[in-house]
Write a protein that binds this ligand. Sequence first.
Ligand code: FE2
Length: 106
Amino acid sequence: MNELSLAIRTPDGLAVVVGCSHPGVEKILEAATKIDPQLYTVTGRFHLVLNPAEEIQKIASILDETLKIKRVAPGHCTSELGFKILMERFKDRFDQAGVGQVIQLP
Ligand SMILES: [Fe+2]
């Protein structure tokens, strides 16, 4: 399923805003690296509600180690399990995303 995403250039790489990531947030970010190989952050919905922990771990690893994104700010349909796994991996590089939150860009 095609999906609309927004990539904003920053001095530290792209800030990507995703819709609901039904094609896979890692695939959207991989496509964004064709614009700029350096990724700064991603916000929006990662849609991991149906994914088992092992798959979420793999996606978190791709974001961190393969795509080398600096920060993440996942939204609600990332799932509670998704938030937990992403918080454990990204620690202080995890930003809360939600109504009224401000995500600082470099
Ligand atoms: Fe979703």
